[in-house]
Structure formats: C-alpha cells, structure tokens
Design a protein around this ligand. Structure first.
Ligand SMILES: [Zn+2]
Ligand SMILES: [Zn+2]
Length: 302
C-alpha cells in the first residue's frame, strides 16, 4: 500500500489517497484539479500500477476533496466507483444532488439564525465542481466484502461516511483525523442527531485493533486520537451550555459567533453546524430547552 498526498490542502490538510497496486484498488482519489490529477497519476504509477489498470475506487464519503477525482480516474481506467449507499447518490447524480444539497444547506443556515446577507454570500461561494452530472456508483452497506475490502459504516461527518479495511489496515477517511477535529453538523446537513451519530461511530472505531490511515495526513493513533476528540466535544458542550445559561435565549448562529468570531464561506456552515449539533444534543439530554423555531432558539432550563 502506498499513500499519495493529493491537492493543496483544505482546512483539514492535504488529502491522502491510498493505492494497492496488487489489488488494483484506490481509496479516496482526491480533489478535482489539474495539479491533483497529476499527483494522483504519478503516485499510482510510482506504486507500480498503471492508472488505466485501476479496477476499484473506494470513496469514504461524498465530499469533493475525496470524491472529486473518482469519476475522472474511473473513466480512464474503466473502474468501478464504490461508496456507502447513503452517500453514493451525491456523487452518482452530482448535478441534481448538488442543487438539492445547496438548497438544504441554505434552509439549515436560515433555521440556525444566520443573517440573510451572510447566507447569500455562502451560496455565492458554493460553486459547482467539475464532475459529471451522472456516473455509475456501486452502493455498499455495512459489512459488505469485495476485492479484499470490508466496509464499516462510520456516519457522523457525513451520513454515508464509510471506513474500510484492506489487508489488516483500516482507512478511516474523515471520521478521525490526526490534527483537525472532523466537522460534525455542518459537513452534512441531512443528519438529524449529528453528534450522537458521530459518538456511536467513535465508540465503534475505538474497538478496532488495526493501524488506521486517515483521509488527511499520514497516520493516526486511533485510540488516543478518539480520546482527544471526545474530550474536545465534552469541553465544547460545557462551553455551549455555559453560554446558553449566561446569554438567555440564543440561536446556533449566536453561539457560533461567540465561539468562532467572524466566519465566511464554508466556515459559516461548519461553525453554525457545530453549534447547532451541540445545542441539539444538549436539548436532547434535557440540559437546555428548545423554545422557538424560525430561527431555532434555545434557553436554559427554568
Ligand atoms: Zn469530509
Ligand atoms: Zn476531507
């Protein structure tokens, strides 16, 4: 197995693609673009496989920095793209699904109390990527095995996020990252209880014994890193609870601006989404109360 660093680096860091020359498998080919395409092709060749001989492309989740080059590689190699069924559609029908996704995101921003002018600027910056409108994607489920791969559904960062084991190694995509805490809440607005969903995934991954390889960066010590991520969210949750108690009725956007300051572009969605995820979780545990919608408003318990 060889790791290929692809792309210039998103907020999460440079993407990691992985190639298995004997199995003719590539995991998470990387973000679209001329330079990243060259990096990917060079990396596959350096590992001893011709890019045109790739047969399976496994994509951990629908985000463009992971899925972006999959259609292009699939086309030159006549390879199959395989993804968990809950995310597959967002790549298979990129044209229509992207429009739906933008609509859904904007509705959520409105619900979270983000001001209209900021919502407009987020929408303006959310431009289409160069992906085909339609491409076949094989839909997988938790536990599926093929080509020596085994699929583990690890939702939270996205609804259909999947990790995969190959030859005793575990590829975790953006479920656990070495230096950046994976976004939960803004990274896939389809998930109703994003934090709880993600905690279940972390619990599940914590029982794994394999060496783990993340979707950004080189490797990650799974047990230690999961402890750190749990600690981060516990602290954040206490912080959010304290703010609700101090500020009175608040929206996710108000919490996000206190936590993260000025935000623009995708950071609006990630920041407001994270605040909303914590508020939803606190309300679910009955630490705070959901008091109004349009926008969603939370208050401390009387
Ligand atoms: Zn991601
Ligand atoms: Zn990523």
């Amino acid at each position: 197995m060889e790791r290929i660093g692809v792309g210039k680096g998103s907020p999460e860091g440079t993407n990691s693609a992985y190639v298995f020359p004997e199995r003719k498998v590539v995991i998470d080919p990387g973000p679209p673009g001329k330079d990243s395409w060259q990096q990917l092709k060079d990396g596959i060749s350096a590992a001893g496989l011709q890019p045109a001989d790739v047969s399976t492309i496994f994509v951990t989740h629908w985000h463009i920095d992971h899925a972006g080059l999959a259609p292009r590689l699939a086309k030159i190699a006549d390879a199959n793209i395989a993804m968990h069924k809950a995310d597959a559609q967002l790549v298979a029908e990129y044209g229509d699904e992207r429009e739906r996704r933008v609509e859904r995101d904007m509705q959520n921003l409105e619900q979270w109390g983000v001001p209209e002018n900021i919502i407009r600027s987020v929408r303006d910056q959310d431009t289409p990527s160069p992906l085909p409108d339609r491409i076949p994607v094989r839909e997988l489920s938790d536990g599926d095995q093929f080509n020596g791969l085994e699929v583990i559904h690890t939702p939270g960062h996205t609804s259909g996020h999947a990790s995969v084991t190959v030859d005793g190694q575990l590829f975790v995509g953006d479920a656990v990252l070495p230096t950046y805490t994976p976004n939960v809440g803004g990274s896939d607005t389809r998930i109703k209880q994003p934090l709880q969903t993600y905690y279940q995934t972390l619990d599940r991954l914590q029982t794994r014994e394999e060496i783990a390889y993340p979707g950004h960066g080189k490797n990650v010590s799974l047990g230690d890193r999961i402890d750190e991520i749990f600690a981060h969210h516990k602290k954040r949750s206490e912080q959010v609870l304290g703010l609700v108690q101090k500020q009175g009725p608040v929206t996710p956007w108000e919490i996000a601006t206190i936590l993260f300051g000025d935000m623009s572009g995708i950071h609006v969605k990630l920041g407001a989404g994270e605040a909303a995820a914590h508020l939803t979780d606190l309300a679910e545990k009955e630490d705070i109360e959901f008091v109004a919608e349009d926008p969603d408003t939370y208050s401390s318990k009387k």
